[in-house]
Design a protein around this ligand. Structure first.
Ligand code: KIV
Length: 271
């Protein structure tokens, strides 16, 4: 039986069972109805409405400018499309750090206004109060450690994280802290593979990597990157499954030619 034909909704429990039986979790981002329908129909396990929407949808340099209202717009569009996958929506920068009450209000808005299944946020001990408060309302939380794009101005670079022993130790203790608090999964971004393996071995909850090596419990990529719609972004961890930028430009070029040459519309394409 294919994954799609099962049509059993993926839950946080499904992901935990997948880890237990050693089945890898496949996660991709989506930000709109049409793309999310295709990704879900293809059988993805988790759709992440990432704050990378700030980059790939809105054209910002960083993920910092995107607002809660904008994330809710993207989240609700994706939820309307998805029938099977678990949908996780990112809490954007400035809506959960430093004030756990505000974090709860932001997470509740996401859950009520998008009908998503869970939220994701970046950080470990620094945001643990917020994590606890959101969890206390029964909202599933996915953590995110390693390269945390919302903290780009603190680090000043998108280079590999946790190469130093002290940073690796902090990442290990933060991931344990998130598990102990009750998070259902953790994303690890751009860290040495050996550390990804160690965290996945230490935690009972699923560890989903993006540039964290093969020995974690699942992988996530930004859909625009893996389809080759974005062209400038080429980190080592990215595998491009298509070169859609070229195909889209070819198709648009053909349309322009057909309009200019009066080939479109033809006799069958009119009333
Ligand atoms: O916002 C995003 O797309 C993400 C992934 C890179 C994990 O957080």
């Amino acid at each position: 039986m294919s994954v799609q034909s099962e049509m059993k909704k993926v839950t946080t429990r499904t992901l935990s069972e997948m880890k237990q039986r050693g089945e890898k979790i496949a996660m991709l981002t989506s930000y709109d109805y049409s793309m999310a329908s295709l990704v879900d129909e293809a059988g993805i396990d988790v759709v992440l409405v990432g704050d990378s929407a700030s980059n790939v949808m809105a054209g910002h340099e960083t993920t910092l400018p995107i607002t809660l209202d904008q994330m809710i717009y993207h989240g609700a569009s994706v939820v309307r499309a998805v029938k099977r996958a678990l949908v996780v929506v990112d809490l954007p920068f400035g809506t959960y750090q430093g004030n756990s009450r505000e974090a709860l209000v932001s997470a509740i808005r996401i859950m009520k206004e998008t009908a998503a299944d869970a939220v994701k946020l970046e950080g470990g001990s620094e945001v643990i109060e917020s994590v606890n408060r959101i969890l206390s309302a029964g909202i599933p939380v996915m953590g995110h450690l390693g390269l945390m794009p919302q903290s780009i101005h603190k680090f000043g670079t998108y280079s590999v994280r946790a190469k130093q022993e002290s940073e690796a130790q902090k990442l290990l203790s933060d991931s344990q802290l998130l598990e102990d608090a009750g998070c259902f999964a953790v994303v690890l971004e751009k860290i040495p593979s050996i550390l990804g393996k160690k965290v996945a071995g230490q935690l009972k909850i699923p560890v989903i990597g993006i540039g964290a090596g093969p020995e974690v419990d699942g992988q996530v990529l930004v859909i625009h990157d893996m389809l080759g719609i974005t062209q400038q972004f080429s980190p080592r961890f990215l595998r491009r499954y298509h070169n859609l930028a070229v195909e889209i430009k070819d198709a648009v070029g053909s349309y322009i030619n057909d309009v200019k040459s009066k080939d479109f519309p033809n006799d069958k394409e009119q009333y």
